[in-house]
Ligand binder design. Structure first.
Ligand SMILES: *[C@@H]1O[C@H](CO)[C@@H](O)[C@H](O)[C@H]1NC(C)=O
Ligand SMILES: *[C@@H]1O[C@H](CO)[C@@H](O)[C@H](O)[C@H]1NC(C)=O
Ligand SMILES: *[C@@H]1O[C@H](CO)[C@@H](O)[C@H](O)[C@H]1NC(C)=O
Ligand SMILES: *[C@@H]1O[C@H](CO)[C@@H](O)[C@H](O)[C@H]1NC(C)=O
Ligand SMILES: *[C@@H]1O[C@H](CO)[C@@H](O)[C@H](O)[C@H]1NC(C)=O
Ligand SMILES: *[C@@H]1O[C@H](CO)[C@@H](O)[C@H](O)[C@H]1NC(C)=O
Ligand SMILES: *[C@@H]1O[C@H](CO)[C@@H](O)[C@H](O)[C@H]1NC(C)=O
Ligand SMILES: *[C@@H]1O[C@H](CO)[C@@H](O)[C@H](O)[C@H]1NC(C)=O
Ligand SMILES: *[C@@H]1O[C@H](CO)[C@@H](O)[C@H](O)[C@H]1NC(C)=O
Length: 596
């Protein structure tokens, strides 16, 4: 543990001193899969929007008073019909399709989310979207989208002093836009960056008589970097910052790599900050289950000069942070907190839980009759892999998986649920999963043994079996084969809920185990798997999710759903973060929301 009393000293010195004391804190401040942050400061609160691709509810807005404790305020994408196109929510084949980098801005009393929805089928591939809200704490306040056929990703809205709005996208290309209608003027190529691949993620700011454009280049991998240019005119010509790149860990040995896709904002004292994404992988960039995470970087931006960013690291020192506070309204979760969910009658589905695309209606029921304090999961016809390219949509996963999850937000963690499940058929399966995409996941399921197909010397007096499955079809490092290991469920265990657990054996290996919920000490280990299985591969933009599922594995013979039965009841949902790795050999114990 590296806790010291910097925070206490800072608080004790208090206001009134001319020279503020700088603060020390840990990155990432939004740990776990939180890619493409875009942030603003509004009425003494910081807000950041995050990309979610196919995950639903989509595009969380996090709120913080102190830049360290971030709470879910709302989600922008909660209704399948918000794009005004009938199948938009369900017709995306690409496992990294859906909502790309959002841009969060406030203008004239309204909050704006501008981004694109990647959907190869119906909308020429890239659908531009603007959502608006007048209350960032209310899901229902988010409007249906104003949409247009876009040609580039990462749109950004900037309003000039005369009220004219400009839309800038990857390229970097800018056009006038009427945000109320999506009507777009002639595009102008603004700046190509400094020669890195994929100039993208632009944001325009106006300061001291200059327009500044901040962009990402080099791709979102090891070459990722932030560069800037400025102009006296919103449509150029642009002069590149001689110090470019202004922020990157490319060609360093830093533990945090892929640093880029940044946004800039000011705090209440006028100090500048940036949020950017990064990956805890080291330059070997091989095992990084949490994917692209978001962290905070102090920026010094003096009048008329170029901004100077601190290097993105796990242990940071910079401007004095605003005073510690968790006084954020609403029933959201703080991103670093544990999950302690018992699904009491009348309770909501907790707001940090995610689905993989919109689930079918009625698949999730909190505390159903006869199964108080559980979450009922009715099976989806598609299993967690499905057949992504099948012409039968119910087998693809596009009509929704009966899978509910939370992000892995700590290097070392444990996750468990108590599963009540009484399958009568071997095609009925329920369990837990560590899931990156449909082609990269690790599952521990329970099903009925299929005696006549035989399991060699295994016999299962309970009639039930554990299935420990490693799905690596989408894994880059194909040295790990897909596999399923069958273990009989002990006879005495079948009378009550079974606790299924996944946790980290160490920073790179997950361990799956089970125990009768009534006797957790009788735990048996069912398998180990490398976190490589859920790093990159078919999920380069997303990150590991931990959750529970139920499926009928394609049974039913037609597209209308599973044969009846096979409901799973998930109780005592627990996630605990034990430690964060913040540098090579450096660990923060517990939550990174503890100030150093
Ligand atoms: C967008 O493209 C689709 C497919 O080409 C077309 O049907 C639709 O009319 C276009 N929408 C607009 C607003 O141009
Ligand atoms: C950007 O690159 C394109 C294609 O190479 C070129 O046509 C254009 O002039 C460049 N624009 C700027 C502003 O450098
Ligand atoms: C730095 O970025 C370049 C691409 O711009 C990439 O080819 C290279 O591998 C990166 N170097 C390291 C050490 O990450
Ligand atoms: C405080 O942090 C800012 C932002 O990183 C930096 O510019 C400044 O030099 C620091 N001051 C001290 C006294 O370390
Ligand atoms: C065993 O179960 C599988 C489905 O999991 C099914 O396809 C197969 O027909 C079953 N075999 C027997 C002999 O029942
Ligand atoms: C990836 O595969 C290579 C062999 O191709 C192997 O040497 C390496 O250890 C593997 N990496 C991991 C993390 O398993
Ligand atoms: C992590 O745990 C796995 C499984 O027990 C083991 O094979 C591996 O050597 C461990 N790695 C380290 C760095 O301890
Ligand atoms: C998953 O579902 C697909 C499509 O129904 C099926 O082909 C495959 O065998 C299933 N996989 C498992 C492990 O059950
Ligand atoms: C299709 O499946 C549903 C659900 O299992 C069942 O109710 C229905 O009878 C089936 N229809 C046909 C034509 O088999």
């Amino acid at each position: 543990m590296r806790l010291s009393n910097t925070a206490i000293i800072t608080a004790a010195v208090g206001v009134g001193l001319a020279a503020a004391q700088n603060s020390t804190y840990y990155n990432p401040t939004l740990p776990g899969w939180h890619s493409d942050p875009s942030c603003i400061y509004h009425e003494e609160t910081f807000f950041c929007a995050i990309s979610t691709f196919l995950a639903v509810p989509g595009i969380p807005i996090y709120a913080s008073k102190d830049l360290i404790n971030w709470k879910v305020a709302s989600h922008v994408w909660t209704r399948p019909d918000q794009l005004g196109l009938p199948n938009a929510a369900r017709d995306v084949d690409y496992l990294q399709g859906g909502f790309y980098a959002p841009n969060l801005r406030f203008h004239d009393g309204k909050f704006y989310i501008t981004n694109v929805y990647i959907s190869p089928l119906e909308y020429q591939g890239i659908l531009g979207c603007i959502f608006t809200s007048d209350n960032l704490y209310d899901d229902d306040s988010w409007s249906d989208a104003v949409t247009w056929n876009a040609t580039a990703i990462d749109p950004d809205l900037f309003w000039d002093d005369d009220g004219q709005a400009y839309l800038s996208s990857a390229g970097i290309v800018t056009a006038k836009i009427d945000p109320a209608t999506g009507e777009i003027g002639a595009p102008k190529v603004q700046w190509n960056g400094t020669g890195g691949a994929y100039p993208e993620g632009p944001h325009i700011y106006k300061k001291d008589g200059y327009y500044y454009v901040l962009i990402a280049e080099g791709g979102t991998e090891l070459g990722h970097r932030v560069t800037m240019a400025r102009s006296k005119n919103v449509l150029g010509p642009w002069e590149a910052d001689p110090s470019n790149p202004v922020l990157t860990n490319n060609n360093t040995a830093e533990y945090f790599q892929t640093v880029g896709h940044a946004d800039l904002f000011q705090d209440g004292k006028g100090n500048w900050w940036s949020m950017a994404l990064a990956t805890r992988s080291g330059p070997e960039w091989e095992i990084y289950p949490m994917g692209r995470e978001a962290g905070l970087v102090p920026v010094t931006w003096n009048e008329g000069e170029w901004p100077i960013f601190s290097q993105f690291r796990g242990i940071m020192n910079g401007w004095e942070l605003p005073q510690y506070s968790r006084a954020i309204p609403g029933r959201g979760n703080f991103v670093q907190d544990p999950d302690v969910y018992d699904f009491q009658p009348g309770g909501p589905i907790p707001r940090n839980l995610l689905f993989w695309r919109f689930p079918e209606d009625g698949k999730f029921t909190v505390s159903p009759r006869g199964h108080r304090n559980t979450l009922q999961i009715s099976p989806s016809r598609a299993n967690l892999t499905g057949m992504p390219l099948s012409t039968d949509k119910s087998l693809t996963g596009k009509t929704g998986l009966s899978f509910i999850s939370r992000r892995q937000t700590h290097t070392l963690f444990s996750f468990s649920v108590d599963l009540t499940f009484n399958p009568s058929q071997s095609y009925q399966e329920a369990g837990i999963s560590s899931f990156l995409t449909q082609l990269n996941h690790i599952d521990l399921g329970i099903s009925r043994s299929n005696a006549s197909s035989g399991y060699g010397h295994h016999s299962s007096p309970s009639g039930l079996e554990f299935r420990f499955r490693i799905e690596t079809a989408g894994t880059i490092n194909s040295t790990i084969p897909s596999s399923t290991t069958i273990t009989p469920v002990p006879a005495a265990w079948s009378h009550g809920p079974i606790r299924l657990s996944v946790g980290t054996a160490n920073a790179t290996y997950f361990l799956f185990s089970a125990a009768p919920a009534s006797n957790p000490n009788a735990r048996i280990v069912l398998g180990y798997a490398s976190a490589l299985v859920v790093s990159g591969g078919s999920g380069p933009f997303t990150g590991n999710l931990l959750g529970a599922y139920a499926t009928c594995t394609g049974a039913g013979g037609n597209s209308t759903g599973c044969p009846s039965g096979g409901e799973a009841y998930v109780g005592r949902w627990r996630y605990t973060g034990w430690a964060q790795q913040v540098d090579k050999g450096e660990w923060a114990v517990g939550s990174t929301s503890d100030l150093i």
